[in-house]
Design a protein around this ligand. Structure first.
Ligand code: PMP
Length: 388
């Protein structure tokens, strides 16, 4: 009898390679009470634990049940989904809104439903994986331009031969917290008859007046050639995604977007929590100011420039020292994000600190002291890790 070959043996070889490069990832459960101070989550406004947000989820759960029970097109739409959509659109300043089970599926919907084989997509090189995957699902020509490069964007659009064009960017980059030049991107897009798609996953709740996002701040929300996507799982502390767009775009998505038609609708508890969070945010414009202020203070302790967002990137270089710096922070009671390739380009492994609006002065001081201590020691860490 011939010995059966293990068809998955290559997995072990790949895992060993990642181990050697310091690229293994581990899932670390957090404790419900949070023994470490959280500077790693995307709970920018601290709303995931806000009593009204929790109550909103519980009420929805009791009223509508645990699951949404089907596609939005069949049984997965409740009055709660519709109220959430109305209030999200009113808040962001767009004509309509359509809620999805995640920001990922919202991005897939917006990009795939608005493109065709006769479409040119200009995609920023730093775009989130969900936008990249969305582009891959289209049969359009996709041109990737350097991050925030207006000249390259204009050049690509000027040479277009396709009937349609989309320009896709994040308003606040998820890795480096930088701001996209959305007003200029819109001017260029409009001049070339392209539609601008802006992912406000990290902008909603943080940027603009009262957290209405960068597009609203730039006077773009509500225009007929802008499509905004966002997640309900970061500043709003819940789960889910949304496309904020003109009514006819939303109608087109309902008719044609595969992640609208074939995915189960957003769970009622998530919709209820997101709605409650949106109302808390709407009633407290100070929340978005508080998170950006906290980010500035963290940046100053880490010795990097203040960001226009909640995200403070601290570039370390190689993955090993970055992991070591994150480990030391954890030892001193601070949970920080650590990004390595393929999430970031080789040689730019980094700590990613995220501020929260609800950090107390004592927590902020603890975070600052810890960051100063760990990062002052960085060259030693790098040497020791490399030696080890
Ligand atoms: N876009 C960006 C820029 C993101 O950072 C994320 C989440 N990391 C998403 C989309 C996806 O959102 P969700 O987690 O709700 O699927």
């Amino acid at each position: 009898m011939t010995r059966r070959l293990d068809p998955l043996a290559w997995l072990d070889v790949h895992a060993a390679g990642r181990e050697e490069m310091g690229l293994r990832r581990r899932l670390t459960p957090r404790s419900p009470t949070g023994s470490l101070l959280d500077l790693a989550s995307n709970d920018y406004l601290g709303l995931s634990r806000h009593p009204e947000v929790i109550d909103g989820g519980i009420r929805a759960l009791r009223t509508w049940g645990a699951g949404s029970t089907g596609s939005r097109l069949v049984t997965g739409t409740t009055e709660l989904h519709e109220t959430l959509e109305d209030e999200l659109a009113a808040f962001a300043g767009t004509e309509s809104a359509l809620v999805f089970s995640s920001g990922y599926t919202a991005n897939l919907a917006a990009v795939t439903a608005l493109s065709s084989p006769d479409c040119l997509i200009v995609s920023d090189a730093a775009n989130h994986a969900s936008l990249i995957d969305a582009c891959r699902l289209t049969r359009s020509r996709v041109e990737v331009v350097p991050h925030n490069d207006l000249i390259a964007t204009e050049r690509v659009l000027a040479g277009r031969t396709q009937a349609q064009a989309l320009v896709i960017t994040e308003s606040i980059n998820s890795i480096d917290g930088s701001r996209a030049p959305v007003r200029e991107l819109h001017r260029i897009s409009r001049a070339h008859g392209a539609v601008l798609v802006v992912d406000e996953a990290h902008g909603l709740g943080v940027c603009g007046l009262g957290g209405r996002g960068l597009c609203a701040a730039a006077g773009l929300a509500g225009l007929d050639d802008i499509i905004i996507t966002a997640t309900l799982s970061k500043a709003l502390g819940s789960q889910g995604g949304v496309v904020l767009a003109p009514g006819r775009v939303v109608e087109h998505l309902i008719d044609t977007a595969r992640t609208m038609i074939f995915d189960t609708g957003l769970a009622p508890a998530c919709a209820g929590s997101a709605l409650a969070a949106l109302r808390v945010l709407r009633d407290d414009p100070g929340l978005s100011l508080a998170v950006v202020r906290a980010a500035s203070e963290l940046a100053s302790a880490a010795g990097v420039a203040p960001p226009p967002s909640a995200i403070v990137p601290v570039v370390i270089g190689e993955p090993g020292p970055a992991v070591e710096a994150a480990r030391r922070c954890a030892e001193l009671g601070l949970r920080v994000g650590c990004f390595r390739p393929p999430s970031v380009p080789t040689g730019t492994s980094r700590l990613r600190l995220t501020a929260r609006a609800d950090l107390t002065p004592a927590e902020l001081e603890h975070a600052q002291t810890t960051l100063r201590a760990v990062l002052a020691d960085r060259s030693l860490d790098i040497a020791s890790v490399l030696a080890g």
